[in-house]
Design a protein around this ligand. Structure first.
Ligand code: FVH
Length: 285
């Protein structure tokens, strides 16, 4: 084993996720110290070779990187209201970007090096390549590869949380679109599994458009190379009318069309779909 693999780590918080993180470190050969408010939860990990820190002070003194994985940021502040001088904290507790930046400042004042992070995975996938772990803050000089696919996104500690919610927007939008189509097709006796195969093809196809569309957004120029927004809006009208006629929920189709209609009213009907970025940047009244 090389030095990086055997670097000591400490995990604070042994809920479902913290336990999975500690187990992945143990499996990869890291000397692993654990601490949990309810100490009994540490027993299985201790049986697997983890060292139980009797107090939070002992846990912080154990050396190496300290991973924090608690319910929320207020639990983090409650727990770490101590001298953190010399500690390296990686806070994988879920929160928003403002909370992450605030926690970075708070930890810095107490002498800790602080990275914020987001886990885009479920406990059972931790330790596999499928587990996506996002980090932001100072560039890490340690290796968390035992946990999954780890990416450092930049120095701004809020970035990991921002990517997290951006990823969730992607995930729930795709799932809602699929459920809309499923509800429509069910009225004709098509089951969800049959439509899922077709929906997957569409999702993969649309995902392939992203790099080209991103170029248009970054340039702020939206020539209609494939289809003009006003052409798309006519197809959207069919989607709304069909949903209403079938008696399925038409909220999502109406929202999609309303955004396009606003852009068309603002004079963008001859441009391509990504011109709608302006509708998303607009914060409302
Ligand atoms: N589980 C998942 O699939 C998701 C995936 C995406 C990211 N999340 C985030 O991970 C954080 C922890 O989630 P979790 O699933 O491990 O949550 P629980 O099993 O409920 O464990 C919570 C741990 O937090 C400890 N805790 C809570 N409050 C305090 C406090 N004031 N002081 C000290 N520890 C505290 C709790 O301790 P105990 O109840 O066992 O004594 C657990 O160790 C979370 O941010 C997810 O959004 C997981």
């Amino acid at each position: 084993m090389d030095n990086e693999t055997t670097a000591p780590v400490t995990v604070l918080g042994l809920g479902l996720m913290g336990t999975a993180l500690a187990r992945a470190f143990l499996k990869a050969g890291h000397p692993t110290t654990v601490w949990n408010r309810t100490a009994a939860k540490a027993a299985p990990l201790v049986a697997e070779g983890a060292r139980l820190a009797p107090t939070i002070g002992d846990a912080l003194a154990a050396g190496g990187v300290t991973i924090v994985c608690l319910t929320d940021y207020s639990a983090v502040y409650d727990l770490l209201d101590a001298d953190l001088d010399g500690a390296t904290l990686v806070n994988l507790t879920s929160g928003d970007s403002a909370q992450a930046r605030e926690a970075a400042e708070w930890a810095g004042k107490r002498g800790a090096r602080y990275l914020d992070g987001a886990i885009m995975a479920i406990p059972s996938s931790i330790g596999t390549d499928e587990a996506v772990i996002l980090l932001s803050g100072p560039r890490p000089d340690f290796d968390l590869g035992a946990l999954g696919t780890v990416s450092h996104l930049g120095e701004d500690p809020g970035l990991a949380s921002l990517y997290d919610v951006a990823g969730l927007a992607m995930m729930w939008s795709v799932l809602n679109a699929w459920l809309q189509g499923t509800a429509m097709l069910k009225t004709a006796g098509v089951d969800a599994a049959t439509y899922a195969t077709f929906a997957q093809q569409i999702a993969v196809g649309v995902a392939g458009w992203l790099p080209g569309y991103a170029e248009q957004v970054d340039k702020g120029s939206f020539p209609a190379e494939v289809s003009a927004l006003e052409t798309d809006a006519r197809a959207m009208a069919h989607m709304v009318e069909e949903s209403e006629a079938l008696g399925v929920n038409a909220e999502l189709p109406r929202l999609i069309k309303a955004m396009a209609d606003r852009a068309i009213e603002a004079g963008h009907g001859g441009e391509q779909y990504p011109v709608l970025i302006r509708e998303f940047e607009w914060a409302g009244e």
